[in-house]
Design a protein around this ligand. Structure first.
Ligand SMILES: NC(=O)c1ccc[n+]([C@@H]2O[C@H](COP(=O)([O-])OP(=O)(O)OC[C@H]3O[C@@H](n4cnc5c(N)ncnc54)[C@H](O)[C@@H]3O)[C@@H](O)[C@H]2O)c1
Length: 386
């Protein structure tokens, strides 16, 4: 089945991951027409041609979209809620880039609105489609590691992000580097272990962007889990532009069972490739040495003489779009997708919204611990020490 796709937003994630993946799925016959809606014509002009561009407001674009097709929300975090709800009200299946929304209440509203209409909503946590995450999930759940105890994770995005459109939306009141990228590793620890986070504390260092706006550009988070385990997560827009990778990222989990200790250690940026080019990088002319990741998104030659897109960024979109098509064809149910737990949905990953909401509250209170409460009406609150 071919779903027509409306993409809202035309920034970095659309250029790097979403659009190349959509073009490949279109070639495979899984995607029909592609419309991309952005505020500025120059944003649309910078993307590879093959889609219908529009600068109309997304509410108007969605009001005219054919019902029961697909919308991909790729906007700054704080407008995910409005755009996702607008798409659901326009009878669209939705894929939203992570984090879905910034409060658990908004996540639940999305869940109910979509379920009432039998629409699929998927959150694009692409690290779940890195084979190493799926291997770890399988082996952890078979008991090979024992139980998670202590962990540390890091994801530092490059320094040059500070010079991009980020400086307009990644401001103190709207975003921070933990909820922007640290959320991937909180999601992964749940994805692998099945454990739920129960409290969070986030400290940050505010710094100015080149345009003078201030953002939480360095963050340190501590997440406690329902079995007492503790994960430390460090994030920043601070990886040196001259550094060999396009970022640094990875995770170590220490585990135990009975009298034996175990661990799982993923270097998610250095994947064994070392290149030294004879000319400098376009963005950083002094940079010639590089450690590219073959695993996220690459465009490589294929046997037909053309190219194809490979990597977990592509596989993630392929799986999410396939789920929307299966719902539309009546070949699966929302309950089945929720309970299988491979795709992140508002129902099976609402712990991420609790973490995001708790993280923002903790940051606003200089790192005080925030408890995450589950149940019929999930909520977060500052831990009392009285
Ligand atoms: N690793 C990841 O999973 C990952 C990586 C990058 C981005 N993201 C997520 O993707 C989202 C967008 O990030 P990005 O890096 O592409 O940001 P970006 O700043 O490059 O792009 C944002 C886009 O949204 C557009 N936009 C803003 N308001 C709009 C509106 N009202 N109508 C239409 N378009 C509008 C902007 O013009 C811009 O094109 C964020 O939620 C981010 O967290 C996820």
């Amino acid at each position: 089945m071919k779903l027509n796709v409306t993409v809202i937003g035309g920034g970095m994630i659309v250029a790097d991951q979403i659009l190349p993946s959509l073009y490949q799925l279109q070639r495979h016959g899984n995607v029909g027409n592609i419309v991309i809606c952005a505020r500025r014509q120059s944003t649309l002009d910078a993307l590879p041609k093959g889609f219908t561009p529009t600068t109309a407001p997304y509410k108007d674009v969605l009001a005219n979209a054919a019902e029961r097709n697909l919308t991909i929300v790729a906007l700054p975090d704080e407008i995910h809620f409005d755009a996702t709800m607008t798409a659901i009200e326009a009878q669209q299946h939705v894929i939203c880039v992570k984090p879905l929304v910034q409060t658990v209440q908004h996540g639940q509203m999305i869940e109910r609105a979509a379920r009432d209409r039998n629409l699929f909503v998927g959150v694009e946590y692409h690290k779940r489609f890195d084979d190493r995450a799926l291997m770890a999930r399988d082996r952890y759940r078979r008991g090979l590691f024992g139980e998670f105890k202590l962990g540390t994770a890091r994801l530092f995005e490059p320094w040059y992000y500070r010079h991009s459109n980020f400086q307009n939306w990644f401001t103190l009141n709207a975003a921070d580097s933990f909820t922007y990228i640290g959320c991937h590793y909180v999601d992964l620890v749940h994805f692998i272990t099945g454990l739920l986070p129960t409290s969070i504390s986030v400290c940050g260092i505010p710094e100015k962007f080149p345009n003078g706006n201030e953002g939480w550009l360095w963050n340190d988070a501590r997440v406690r889990w329902e079995n007492g385990a503790i994960l430390n997560v460090q994030n920043a827009l601070g990886y040196p532009d001259l550094g060999p990778g396009s970022n640094t990222q990875g995770m170590t989990l220490w585990t135990s069972k009975g009298d034996a200790g175990g661990f799982l250690d993923h270097n998610d940026s250095y994947r064994g490739l070392s290149y030294c080019y004879v000319e400098g990088d376009k963005r950083s002319p002094d940079k010639r040495y590089s450690e590219p990741s073959p695993d996220y998104m690459q465009i490589i030659p294929d046997s037909t003489g053309g190219t194809r897109v490979v990597g977990y960024g592509y596989r993630s979109l392929e799986a999410l779009i396939d789920a929307a098509a299966q719902i539309e064809l009546g070949q699966t149910t929302l309950d089945h997708i929720d309970s299988t737990g491979i795709l992140a949905t508002p129902k099976n990953s609402y712990f991420n919204e609790l973490v995001t909401e708790g993280a923002r509250l903790s940051l606003a209170n200089d790192g005080r611990e925030v408890l995450l409460q589950y149940g019929v009406l999930p909520f977060v609150h500052l831990k009392s020490y009285l």
